[in-house]
Design a binder for this molecule. Structure first.
Ligand code: FMN
Length: 198
């Protein structure tokens, strides 16, 4: 099946000089368009030249970067501790748009992780506490039993945020006949915007 992308177009004059503001605009557009999980992004990490990727949710976006939360002892967490270079990719199907961001991750301040953890529903807090994310476990029952026994729901040390400080962005708008529009931002903070071939 070949899908034609005909919904929109993108020129340099459509783009904000600040890529963070441009990303914020496209996230708003995706939310308004009713995209499911508009803040979901595929996070690529890499160890010894072997990339791995998985979805995470963007939980904060400001001029310092993109924040997501996870288990620091998970596969992604351990990979990021060794190699902090990472990339994320958004895809909004209905809008026929893709954004990729590349940069370096840093752990967010403990207070910031505490504040976000405290804002989560209790069941999510409990799951983060009991799940040894990415490790082999014997069965589901042990996890559910451990979850039912939790009384203290303060943030565990192994769970918190990472901020991706971007050094490159690419905004992609699908076009007909695979002649898509692509623009790269590089060289921040005085960002240079260049059109790339599709
Ligand atoms: C839409 C979506 C959003 C997700 N969001 C998160 C998230 O914000 N944080 C997280 O740790 N895992 C999230 N997950 C689960 C991850 O994709 C992954 O299974 C988990 O983090 C373990 O990855 P790892 O073994 O590579 O560390 C999400 C999965 C999906 C499908």
């Amino acid at each position: 099946m070949r899908i034609e992308y005909t919904r929109d177009s993108l020129t340099v004059s459509d783009l904000d000089p600040d890529p963070i503001l441009q990303l914020a605009q496209w996230l708003d557009d995706a939310t308004s368009a009713g995209e499911i999980e508009p803040s979901a992004m595929c996070l690529a990490t890499s160890l010894d030249g072997r990339p791995s990727c998985r979805m995470v949710l963007l939980r904060d976006l400001n001029r310092w970067g993109l924040v997501f939360y996870t288990n620091y002892l998970s596969r992604k967490g351990l990979e990021l501790e060794v190699n902090p270079h990472a990339s994320v990719c958004f895809w909004w199907r209905g809008l026929e748009r893709q954004v990729r961001v590349e940069g370096t991750v840093y752990r967010v301040d403990e207070e910031e992780s505490d504040a976000y953890f405290a804002s989560r529903p209790r069941e999510s807090q409990v799951s983060s506490i009991v799940s040894p994310q990415s490790q082999v476990i014997a069965n589901r029952e042990d996890l559910e039993l451990a979850a039912s026994q939790i009384t203290d729901t303060s943030r565990p040390e192994h769970w918190g945020g990472y901020r991706l400080k971007p050094d490159a962005f690419e905004f992609w708008q699908g076009r007909a006949a695979r002649l898509h529009d692509r623009f790269r931002y590089s060289g921040g903070p005085a960002w240079v915007i260049e059109r790339l071939a599709p």
